[in-house]
Design a protein around this ligand. Sequence first.
Ligand SMILES: Nc1ncnc2c1ncn2[C@@H]1O[C@H](COP(=O)(O)OP(=O)(O)OP(=O)(O)O)[C@@H](O)[C@H]1O
Ligand SMILES: [Mg+2]
Length: 313
Amino acid sequence: MQNNSHPQSVMMNMREKEKYIENFNFPFCDESDKYEKIAKIGQGTFGEVFKARDKSNPKKFVAMKKVLMDNEKEGFPITALREIRILQLLKHENVVNLIEICQTKASQRNRYRSTFYLVFDFCEHDLAGLLSNVHVKFSLGEIKKVVQQLFNGLYYIHSNKILHRDMKAANVLITKNGVLKLADFGLARAFSTNKSGLPNRFTNRVVTLWYRPPELLLGERNYGPPVDLWGAGCIMAEMWTRSPIMQGNSEQQQLTLISQLCGTINPQVWPVSSQDFVYIYITVIEEYIDVLAKDTASCIVGTVQYDDGSAMV
Ligand SMILES: Nc1ncnc2c1ncn2[C@@H]1O[C@H](COP(=O)(O)OP(=O)(O)OP(=O)(O)O)[C@@H](O)[C@H]1O
Ligand SMILES: [Mg+2]
């Protein structure tokens, strides 16, 4: 007969577990109370951002980005781990500097769950805020300086084989000395040109719609640095227009706005495969005929695809 009883030393009752967690010290991870929170400065999709002061050096300000753990059942979120790994790799004048990760102590008060923070050097402004402030004027020289730093930052991250994938004015920070820092690597990922000759299959559900390049809207999954350059171009234009230049409210409308600005997408400028048209077709069907069941849509697309796409062109 099997003996299900565990040895006493291995078994931990609830109280012992709580004590263990309470006394556990994460290596290389200081406690967040070394910083004094001053104000909440951002409410991002993945958590809150606070301005804080370093208690050991009151002149030093930091930004603390909280790691959202609410929906986590399987420990530390993989998306935050990815963001941290990328930020640890990137060290450049024009990329926001990650100082460290810190945590609150687990206790009864937080139901024995630590909160983790990404701690950054503090930047006084973000570009979206500056552009929406009518009192802030940019001279041509200042615009050139901003754009130069934007491209320097992008060149650096791309040279390190990282794609940002969320370029927008709100993710571009500027210090009080006018130094630009690329920020928010929450959607970033590493890339490589596939040696096996097989195309990459990255998700195309990235980049805020108004800054999303046509290849992603057309469903491309084998993309690279140009996706960030499109966003950088939109930001550059915004330095004059002061608001995002293409504010679509659907993927379809975004493509229309792009065509109106850059001309119709045709095989000369965009060597399309029938697959791309299949994607546009699905988008149109899903958006305008939403009564149509998804598999009906794929059935239609399958039929047209069978016709080598020519029926759609
Ligand atoms: N180092 C920093 N210094 C000053 N402000 C910062 C810093 N990092 C972030 N912020 C502010 O907090 C906001 C949100 O930060 P971030 O973009 O990294 O988070 P997010 O959760 O991914 O946000 P979102 O979903 O809004 O893009 C930024 O737009 C900026 O205003
Ligand atoms: Mg952001």
